[in-house]
Design a protein around this ligand. Structure first.
Ligand code: SF4
Length: 236
């Protein structure tokens, strides 16, 4: 499949959704080509880039409700299009869609099971254990366009602020252990060459044991500026 992100996102780091989905789906035998629509910018150029690939399904990653109009304008020219991301809502007006976490639902969709939870209005289920997720894969993206890449140490939040929609996206809070987070940091840093890794977590310190993370970074011997990353993690 081809999976495309949309403009109007941060320009200093790639869309984590593309990296998460590509890594998980390819682990199960499918090929995912990711297109960085956020860097491409205009809709005609995104169409042109999509046209360069052969694929069965086109996935459109809708990070925000502010991207809904652009997503629908882009997708209306295609058949076999599936939308996903935080900007997608129930009763989506075009194609197929996934509400909630995309990894498990998209894998089942590609296997031909369109009745899996989260697809086309069915109630979503969350991934019970984030440890099944590999590090995000940013190998398709132009690394020179960014200064850092993104991983996730958790999904959801331990708080319940009334103005916040995080609980509607991830009702249950789940987290990786510090050593596993360090492994993801190491994998992404090795793949992209970035020495700066950001977190997409809603709340980074929801339960993270920072000493575990520091130990994991140290054990993996990430080559930073004289170990400054390890020192910085320990200080924080
Ligand atoms: S993500 Fe932030 S605003 Fe939302 S519930 Fe958690 S602490 Fe509150």
């Amino acid at each position: 499949m081809v999976l495309v992100s949309l403009p109007e996102m941060d320009k200093d780091k790639p869309s984590p959704a593309l990296g998460f989905i590509k890594a998980y789906i390819e682990q199960h035998g499918f090929t995912v080509k990711t297109i960085d629509g956020n860097q491409i910018g205009d809709i005609d150029s995104i169409h042109l880039t999509i046209s360069q690939y052969e694929y069965k399904y086109l996935g459109i990653s809708v990070f925000s409700y502010e991207q809904v109009d652009f997503a629908l304008e882009l997708g209306e020219e295609y058949e076999n299009v599936i939308y996903g991301g935080s900007g997608v809502h129930k009763d989506w007006p075009h194609g197929d869609y996934i509400v909630g976490e995309g990894e498990l639902a998209l894998l089942e969709y590609l296997r031909g099971n369109k009745y899996y939870p989260g697809i086309n209005g069915r109630a979503q289920v969350q991934i019970p254990d984030l440890a099944i997720l590999p590090p995000p894969d940013y190998s398709d993206l132009n690394h020179s366009a960014y200064t850092s890449a993104v991983i996730s140490g958790s999904r959801g939040c331990v708080r319940a602020c009334t103005f916040c929609d995080v609980a509607s996206i991830w009702p249950k809070y789940r987290f990786l252990g510090g050593e596993r987070i360090a492994q993801h940091m190491h994998a992404v840093s090795t793949q992209t060459g970035f020495k700066s890794i950001g977190f997409s977590d809603s709340l980074v310190n929801g339960s993270m044991n920072i000493a575990d993370l520091a130990a994991g970074v140290y054990i993996l011997n990430i080559e930073t500026n004289n170990g400054s990353l390890t020192q910085k993690v320990i200080k924080q």
